[in-house]
Design a binder for this molecule. Structure first.
Ligand code: SF4
Ligand code: SF4
Length: 211
């Protein structure tokens, strides 16, 4: 019949329209709880049209979502190494970064002048970073991770988007909070929750005590 396609299309639109209200009734006030409602309402069971009123509402990020990298530092209330860098300034991340947007300055011992395994300075140009995650994949010390914070726009086009070490550094517990499963998997592979060097040192001390 002439026009039957148009009628079918209007029927589909009407179905989505009605289902949107049915979904809203089904979820009631719970639809405003992002961590609970959003992941389900984005799922296959949702029939209506799902709208997020950004920035008042925000979608929950998946663990593997990646934006700009950040540097892991020890928690500030750590008993032995508060706020200590996990990064040893080995330079691997800077080497593998495809657009070469990482700059690292290795630290030196102020007394001896000899290099120490920590960065004196660490910069990432976030306008050049393409969010590939290779730096995090290659880091042998689990010291650089991909962040979930995507609200980084600013009107300053000069230096505001070159993040320095202070801006990049976040406590280890932050990584545990945004990627609990991955943090646990990595700790298991490392042999504990501590930094690799600390674990090595502890194993060495335990061996020395045994002998
Ligand atoms: S690869 Fe890891 S430890 Fe090496 S410089 Fe980069 S962040 Fe630091
Ligand atoms: S995410 Fe990719 S582009 Fe960005 S700093 Fe890491 S390696 Fe470089």
């Amino acid at each position: 019949m002439y026009g039957s396609g148009i009628l079918r299309g209007l029927g589909v639109t009407l179905k989505h329209f009605v289902n949107t209200y049915l979904d809203d009734i089904r979820w009631g006030f719970r639809r405003h709880i992002p961590d609970e409602a959003f992941p389900i309402r984005q799922g296959l069971d949702t029939r209506g049209v799902f709208t997020v009123e950004y920035p008042d509402e925000k979608l929950a990020m998946w663990e593997r979502f990646r934006f700009i990298p950040f540097l892991v530092i020890e928690n500030h209330d750590h008993p032995e190494r508060p706020g200590h860098d996990w990064c040893t300034s080995c330079g691997i991340c800077a080497k593998v970064c495809p657009p070469q947007c990482i700059w690292i300055v290795r630290g030196n011992d102020p007394e001896t002048g000899r290099p120490v395994p920590e960065p004196q300075a660490f910069y990432i140009d976030i306008d050049i970073c393409m969010n590939c995650g290779l730096c995090a994949e290659f880091c042998p010390f689990d010291a650089i991770k991909m962040d979930h914070d995507y609200e980084l726009a600013s009107y300053d086009r000069t230096s505001a988007h070159i993040f320095d070490k202070q801006r990049l550094s976040k406590e280890f517990r932050y990584w545990q909070s945004i990627a609990p499963t991955r943090a646990e998997e990595e700790a298991e592979a490392r042999g504990g929750w501590e930094h690799k060097d600390v674990l090595k040192q502890k194993a060495k001390e335990a061996k020395a005590k045994e002998n």
